[in-house]
Write a protein that binds this ligand. Structure first.
Ligand SMILES: C[S@@+](CC[C@H](N)C(=O)[O-])C[C@H]1O[C@@H](n2cnc3c(N)ncnc32)[C@H](O)[C@@H]1O
Length: 302
């Protein structure tokens, strides 16, 4: 937790933040509406004797009072998918519509890609890409288990992704759920900070900038790109969005979310960020008793 000291000046109620980071995270699932409605799923959970709480901001997210959410009847049947509550936020912010062409640039193991397909009623195309071949099998498995037939899986580096293989030459929307230093997963994974270092943060920030730029280039004018990480480091969040504003035709836009969060930072370590980045969301563990996430929404302007 020592590495979090650098965030003392920017996090409100820092002691509450630290205390929340030390508490283990409860189990949450997302209802897979491709296979079953929320009502059918909650009825099945009740019949199974599994207690749950529906998230205020999203009725499709259920907090389960069981230590083995993967062993419930609803999970066996693909009605639910184990997914951290806060991890369900970026697809909701992207707001894909049925029929859209959506690129999930960093998709494995597929929690958000299958959520995107569900939000689109499984109509349209979700190109679920990941550069790590070892994680692709989990992505395929989850797509099949959850019945997401609109998913097409590719295995490439998103930074120089080619659209030549498709019958279209741009996407309507893209999600960059970037590889990151994972500080915000500390409640789920107490070892998350074992490999923490400023060098690692800076090296992953370079990859993030490349992926976000490519996502913006591959999305049509007026289309939407959501950039998210499960980390607090401003080098991987506001600084990456700032780089995109300086190098691509895009702007940061506002969004509504029924969750508590802090705004994007105005400055960090001597770097001043564009004021529009304050519309991004910094979701801290002490805000909603979740993990940590950063989410920014961008619109392609040319
Ligand atoms: C935070 S995880 C994605 C989680 C996923 N969105 C989900 O909800 O299940 C980041 C992913 O980025 C992938 N990745 C890392 N570098 C990449 C690159 N250059 N291009 C595409 N994917 C990359 C990693 O293999 C990893 O699976």
């Amino acid at each position: 937790m020592e590495s979090f000291e650098r965030y003392r000046p920017i996090i409100d109620d820092f002691e509450a933040f630290l205390a929340a980071c030390e508490r283990p995270l409860g189990n949450a699932v997302r209802v897979n509406t491709i296979k079953a409605s929320v009502e059918r799923t909650t009825t099945a959970l009740e019949e199974d004797g599994v207690a749950y709480d529906q998230a205020d901001w999203n009725p499709r997210v259920l907090r389960l009072e069981t230590n083995s959410p993967g062993s419930t009847w609803t999970s066996f049947h693909g009605f639910t998918h184990g997914q951290e509550e806060v991890s369900a936020v970026p697809p909701v912010v992207l707001d894909p519509q049925p029929g859209d062409r959506v690129w999930d640039c960093c998709a494995a193991p597929g929690g958000k890609a299958t959520q995107l397909a569900a939000l689109m009623d499984d109509r349209g195309t979700v190109v679920a890409n990941d550069s790590n071949l070892g994680r692709i099998s989990a992505l395929r498995f989850n797509a099949e288990r959850l019945g997401a037939t609109s998913l097409a899986v590719t295995n490439d580096d998103a930074r120089n992704y080619s659209l030549q293989r498709f019958l279209f030459d741009e996407f309507d929307r893209a999600l960059v759920d970037a590889p990151c230093s994972c500080e915000g997963t500390i409640r789920k994974n107490p070892d998350a900070l074992d490999n923490w270092s400023p060098d690692h943060i800076n090296s992953v920030a370079g990859i993030q900038k490349g992926i976000l730029r490519r996502a913006l280039q591959a999305t049509r004018e007026g289309g939407t790109v959501v950039y998210s990480t499960c980390t607090f480091a401003p080098e991987e969040n506001e600084a990456v969005v700032q780089h995109a504003l300086e190098t691509e035709d895009c702007r940061v836009v506002d969004f509504d979310l029924g969750l508590e969060y802090a705004p994007g930072l105005a400055e960090w370590d001597g770097e001043t960020f564009d004021s529009s980045i304050e519309q991004a969301a910094r979701i801290y563990p002490h805000h909603n008793d979740t993990g940590g996430f950063f989410v920014a929404k961008l619109e392609v302007t040319a």
